[in-house]
Design a protein around this ligand. Structure first.
Ligand SMILES: *Cc1c(COP(=O)(O)O)cnc(C)c1O
Length: 460
């Protein structure tokens, strides 16, 4: 073992290797020195566990691999072949070309983010978004924050702290990723008053819970689950009527923030923002990166005096939206105003994609796979906690493995993920499924190449 230790070069020796010196040109000397020390220390530990000392080539490789790994961004583009349009783990909504250009523009230089160019004084960042949001939703006033979780937290903190908020028991839900309505409520300092039962809540349940301490009635869109069977809940219009009678605002956490009619595509109806506003809710909040199809944001629309209070609250500063997303959101909203959302916004283009076009792409992919792949009917989903149980008919590339033995689907999925760019597919039973619906135009070639590579690796 002693000789193994002795065969390790010193830090200086390793640093003087020409290939290591080369690294110092692209990366910093201090980073390279640190990694050299770490690698040698790791080697000493493995030798003391009885492993042999690595060759000098291996040492150089280990150092250069680790240096590159430290600097290379871990966040990278992936191809979404899962058929889940709004995939939270894959970054939710891809943006329109125009929105991306606006975000690039906003980050390149200075802007009038909070500057009134006419008068030359300080302005407010909301001006770039308010009138657009009011126009597409019909609301009096509007603002944007970091995300919808922030929007709900800000609303409850600024308007309901130390007071009671009435929520249907069937809506005291968990959205996923740790966002639970009861927890957010506690965080805001508002007291949750649950009414009704898990499956049934009536207007009278809300009415009986109203006390002098009540600050608001809150509706939460159940988003990611669906109750079937004997279910009763209160229509938003009826809730508003009850609120008006008792001089209480109704807040509506819509989740997805849909502006278009999903039934046009054979999907179940997703509540639309403009319908909530028309029904008279005091405030509605929703995400920017779900069905709206924009960058991450939380949007709050509704009554002017309430939005004004939210803007003034200290928490608003803590959850404010940055300039690049503000720019992307504004352009995304103009797609709705121009009536071009289904052509320009990727999530809507995917929802609207004709099946024969999807089939044409699936066939091309399957062809590249040879006898391994086949095209079959399947279903895409909207995802992102929208429209649970509602699907879009699609065409899938199916790669079936043997029913017994090590899963072909699993190992294929793994080699697709190892591709550059990684391709993420769906596994059902012993089959690997790829859905062209969620693969962006221009990514087909990458999928075909990844499939060919993965198939060759399997054959070996
Ligand atoms: C998704 C969702 C949220 C959280 O929105 P983020 O933008 O992810 O913060 C809150 N409420 C509902 C009903 C949702 O569906």
């Amino acid at each position: 073992m002693k000789s193994e230790f002795r065969s390790l070069p010193s830090v200086d020796k390793l640093l003087s290797d020409a290939r290591i010196r080369e690294l110092e040109v692209s990366y910093s000397r201090s980073l390279v020195v640190e990694v050299v020390r770490q690698v040698l220390e790791d080697c000493r530990q493995s030798i003391s566990r009885g492993e042999p000392a690595p060759s000098s080539d291996n040492l150089v490789e280990a150092v250069s691999g680790r240096v590159r790994g430290l600097v290379e961004p871990t966040l990278q583009q992936v191809v979404n072949a899962t058929g889940v349009i709004i995939h939270t783990n894959l970054g939710r909504a891809p943006l329109s070309r125009e929105a991306i250009a606006a975000m690039e523009e906003a980050s390149r230089g200075y802007s009038n983010l909070e500057f009134d160019l006419q008068v030359g004084v300080r302005g407010h960042r909301d001006v770039h978004i308010t009138s657009l949001l009011c126009r597409v939703t019909g609301a009096e006033d509007a603002m944007a924050v970091n995300n919808n979780a922030s929007a709900v937290l800000l609303t409850l903190t600024a308007l309901c702290k130390k007071k009671e908020v009435i929520v249907s028991r069937g809506q005291a839900v968990e959205i996923g990723g740790g966002f639970r309505i009861p927890d957010v409520m506690r965080q805001s300092g508002a007291k949750l008053v649950e009414v009704g039962t898990t499956n049934c809540t009536y207007v009278s349940d809300y009415e009986q819970a109203i006390t002098p301490r009540t600050a608001a009635l809150l509706r939460v869109h159940s988003s990611n689950f669906k109750l079937v069977g004997f279910v009763e809940d209160v229509a938003i219009g009826d809730l508003v009527q009850l609120g008006n009678k008792n001089n209480l605002p109704v807040f509506d956490d819509l989740g997805s923030g849909c502006l278009l009619d999903t039934t046009k595509y054979g999907l179940s109806p997703e509540p639309r923002v403009q319908d909530s506003v028309a029904a008279g809710v005091a405030l509605a909040m929703f995400s920017g990166d779900k069905l709206l199809g924009g960058p991450q944001a939380g949007i709050i629309v509704g009554r002017q005096h309430l939005v004004a209070k939210l803007r003034k609250h200290p928490l608003a500063r803590a959850v404010r939206i940055d300039k690049t997303r503000l720019a992307g959101l504004a352009v995304t909203l103009t797609h709705y105003l121009k009536g071009e959302a289904e052509q320009k916004i990727p999530v809507w283009r995917m929802i609207a994609a004709p099946v024969d076009e999807i089939e044409r792409r699936a066939k091309a992919w399957a062809e590249a796979l040879g006898p391994l792949g086949a095209v079959a009917d399947g279903e895409s989903v909207v995802g992102g906690g929208s429209l649970p149980g509602s699907t879009l008919p699609t065409k899938l590339v199916v790669i079936k493995g043997p029913t017994k033995g090590p899963s072909l689907a699993q190992s294929l999925a793994q080699s697709l993920r190892a591709n550059r760019p990684p391709v993420v597919a769906r596994i059902e039973g012993n089959a690997l499924l790829l859905d062209p619906r969620t693969v962006l135009p221009g990514e087909d070639q990458a999928v075909i190449e990844a499939l060919c590579k993965a198939a060759t690796a399997i054959k070996r």
